[in-house]
Write a protein that binds this ligand. Structure first.
Ligand code: NDP
Ligand code: 8X3
Length: 251
């Protein structure tokens, strides 16, 4: 198969990093994005042994920075075939009546507006070429609300709505749109949610085997390897021990 260029947001950790590693070994050229420049540099150095890799360091919350970063790509990187909108996190797990404004802003600004800002800059390339594939990382939290999940769930419900809307609006251009909605995946996600508190961060995974970033990367590769006439529109994936946002078999 011909080489394709994939831009991955949130490539410095977890699902995005695992996806970068897998795609590097499967004929993709990579534009790796994230805020942590040193991690991008290390990953670029590692993956350059397998494929062509470039990096862009920006905060998805800052539209001017997103625009500047993507516009800075040299001509040989501009024909982006695949956009993986993966950057995102939960911030806090508090009841709505005591939730923090800073946490709410972070989740709406990163998970929703950040996804829109990056898409806005990449879409002209895809509509112009009448081809492309957008993969949005949603969540089971975008399908079911759970106690104290309030704003994180709202942000992922928004991702679900945006994915469906993108699929409709981009249908005329032959652009594929996929959402992947995982349950519990052990990454840095929980550490970010609980602001570095390792005890709290490990609790969701106690007594069960969670998904790993590499499990989601495998699914992303499968989605990208579907023939041109096939699009996997919406995938929900749980660890076997999980049946819903709130039902997990432990021990
Ligand atoms: P990680 O915390 O391991 O990775 C999050 C990534 O997002 C990092 O690379 C981080 O890079 C990037 N990121 C966060 N904020 C920003 C920002 N403001 N600007 C640019 N990049 C940012 O978590 P996961 O790998 O688990 O999460 C990836 C996606 O998967 C998220 O959208 C998450 O909501 C979703 N998801 C995760 C699940 C889980 O259980 N882990 C389950 C369902 C969905 P950097 O800090 O370098 O900027
Ligand atoms: C991450 C999964 O259940 O922690 O989106 O919200 S959950």
């Amino acid at each position: 198969m011909q080489k394709r260029i994939a831009l991955i947001t949130g490539a410095t950790s977890g699902i995005g990093e695992a996806t970068a590693r897998l795609l590097a070994a499967h004929n993709f050229e990579l534009i790796l994005c994230g805020r942590r420049r040193e991690r991008l540099d290390v990953l670029q150095q590692e993956l350059t042994a397998h494929t062509r890799v470039t990096t862009l360091s920006f905060d998805v919350r800052e539209h001017a920075d997103v625009q500047r970063a993507i516009a800075s790509l040299p001509a040989e990187w501009r024909a982006i075939d695949v956009l993986i909108n993966n950057a995102g996190n939960a911030h806090g797990l508090d009841p709505i009546q005591t939730g923090s404004l800073a946490d709410w802003d972070a989740m709406i600004d990163i998970n929703v507006k950040g996804l829109l800002y990056v898409s806005k800059e990449v879409l002209p390339v895809m509509t112009g070429r009448q081809s492309g594939h957008i993969i949005n990382l949603g969540s089971i939290a975008g399908k079911e609300v759970y106690p104290n999940g309030n704003v994180y769930c709202a942000s992922k419900f928004a991702v679900d709505a945006l994915t469906r809307g993108m699929r409709m609006d981009l249908n005329a251009y032959g652009i594929k749109v996929t959402s992947i909605n995982p349950g519990l995946v052990e990454t840095e996600f929980s550490l970010v949610r609980f602001k570095g508190d390792e005890t709290k961060a490990s609790a969701p995974y106690q007594g069960m085997t969670p998904l790993k970033g590499t499990d989601i990367a495998d699914i992303i590769l499968y989605v990208l390897q579907a023939p041109p006439h096939v699009v996997l529109a919406d995938i929900t994936v749980f660890p076997t021990a999980q049946a819903s946002s709130t039902q997990v078999k432990r021990g």
